[in-house]
Design a protein around this ligand. Structure first.
Ligand SMILES: *Cc1c(COP(=O)(O)O)cnc(C)c1O
Length: 487
């Protein structure tokens, strides 16, 4: 690498790092060379720093404000686990270190972290083995359904072609089952938000490969009939899948493996501290019981008789590779550090506070807003803005009102089976003051919907863009570079 001084487009002097091995302009065949100079902006370092700093200040994050999104909630992201993930011994480890394959000295620490994390996850969930490789919750689901398919193939269960999914499941569940090649059957919920067991009985037959349940469901409630459901599915040699993305609701209080489930995934980027958003990063470890263990993806971390750790690829029945290397390692380090930091009691308290906080908000809001299922909720609860909608103020309008109050809107219009849905998860780490402030703003929104419903159409007033066409904005992203003083 050498420093090259050059005259820049507009005649100002600049310099860049150059590499003499890279072909220069003169070596590019003329038919590919551009005729005009590229219209690149020319800006000083200070302008660039200010531009990005201003952009970062516009970012909404849990470091700045309350974020009570339901379902895909960003939970606790302590700075401590960030520090651990950045330790050179972890961060500078290259996945192609030759020792990784043979488990020799340089990677022993990393392999030990993975091995112990798997053991702890087994302990927490009641399963016999885990793979930490899936790169997101949905990827964990796909892995789990592939394990289900491998199980049926190995047993010669040739007729299996359906996966049953209640309407209270997360939206990724039917998508994952379909990607894995299954057709899905939807089961409606009963009036308490549980699965309609009679409807389930009417569709269970030899062609059913398994059932995927989100627990607690996306209505934020626990399924009281799990035993009966598991028995029914196992009676036709089906596999019970537990979507445990929001394990924070039950951590240390109950174990999916003890409830009759055969396979589950966890979202480490929700329950175990990695900040996520905008599509990543994620990590969806999958746990299984003895029925499915031999089908787990390779490689697997093992501890040899001499105490050394290694990656093992010798599993003839494995579904094979589902990720390059061994998953999102830095997320797994954060999860490990978080578990060490909290310990057994601390993890149990996580669940206690998640449930307490959600029930606190539910109790405070269930007058002004219609609560979907009036029963104890788990980590989140679902309201409907049906009453407000009669005044012309819809869930989306309340969400836009909250933006002006510097509160991230809750999840709206999901679950889709609830009209004008508003789904709220405060998470385990919010203070009473923060939750009271949120409750007060939600009550203000309700009051305002009675006195001045039309004003809602103007919200948000404090944002650079007020009401974009959200679908178009997501599909037709404009990332043009502009400076505050640009004309
Ligand atoms: C977030 C979530 C998922 C999907 O996880 P991703 O990492 O976004 O793929 C699946 N199920 C439930 C219940 C979730 O909350």
């Amino acid at each position: 690498m050498e420093l090259i001084f050059e005259k820049s487009v507009k005649g100002r002097r600049g310099f860049r790092f150059g590499n003499s091995d890279v072909p220069t302009h003169a070596q590019v065949p003329s038919k590919y060379a551009r005729k005009d100079e590229a219209p690149l902006p020319e800006v000083s370092e200070l302008d660039v720093v200010r531009h990005y700093t201003h952009l970062s200040q516009r970012n909404f994050s849990i470091d700045t404000h309350f974020y009570p999104l339901g379902s895909c909630t960003m939970k606790y992201n302590p700075k401590f686990t960030e520090t651990v993930a950045r330790l050179a011994g972890f961060a500078d480890l290259h996945p192609l270190l030759p020792q990784l394959a043979t488990g020799e000295k340089l990677t022993q620490g990393a392999l030990q972290v993975l091995y112990e994390l798997e053991q702890w996850m087994c302990e927490m969930t009641g399963f016999s083995a885990f793979t930490l490789q899936p790169l997101a919750g949905a990827h964990g689901e796909l892995t789990g359904i592939m394990l289900m398919a491998a199980y049926h193939k190995a047993k010669g269960n040739a007729k299996k072609k359906y996966v049953i999914i209640p309407d209270s499941a997360h939206g990724t569940n039917p998508a994952s089952a379909a990607v894995a090649g299954y057709e899905t059957i939807s089961i409606p919920s009963n009036k308490n938000g549980g699965m309609d067991v009679e409807a389930l009985k009417s569709v269970v037959n030899d062609e059913v490969a398994g059932l995927m349940m989100t627990v607690p469901s996306t209505y934020g409630v626990f399924e009281p009939n799990i035993d009966e459901i598991a028995e029914l599915i196992h009676s036709i040699d089906g596999i019970m899948y537990y979507d445990g993305a929001n394990l924070n609701a039950v951590l240390g209080r109950c174990r999916p493996g003890d409830l009759g489930f055969d396979v589950m995934h966890i979202n480490t980027h929700k329950t175990f501290t990695t900040p996520h958003g905008g599509g990543g990063p994620g990590s969806g470890p999958v746990g299984v019981n003895a029925k499915l263990e031999k089908f787990l993806p390779i490689s697997r971390v093992i501890k040899k008789s001499d105490g050394a750790y290694a990656l093992n690829y010798e599993y003839p029945d494995s579904i094979g590779y589902i990720a390059s290397f061994y998953g999102n390692f830095a997320l797994l380090v954060r999860a490990y550090a978080y578990m060490l930091m909290l310990g057994k009691e601390g993890l149990q308290e996580t669940a206690d506070h998640a449930v307490l906080n959600a029930n606190y908000i539910t109790a405070k809001l269930k007058g002004p807003y219609k609560l979907c299922f009036d029963r104890l909720c788990m980590h989140e609860s679902v309201f409907s803005a049906g009453l407000q909608a009669q005044r012309g103020v819809h869930a989306i309008d309340i969400a836009k009102f909250l933006i002006d109050q510097q509160i991230h809107p809750p999840t709206v219009y999901f679950p889709i089976s609830v009209s004008e849905a508003i789904m709220i998860e405060p998470t385990e780490t919010e203070s009473k003051q923060t939750m009271d402030h949120f409750v007060q703003k939600m009550i203000e929104a309700d009051e305002l919907s009675k006195t001045n419903p039309l004003v809602f159409k103007e919200f948000p007033k404090t944002m650079p863009i007020s009401r974009p066409d959200e679908v178009k904005a997501a599909r037709d992203v404009k990332t043009s570079f502009f400076l505050p003083d640009a004309t």
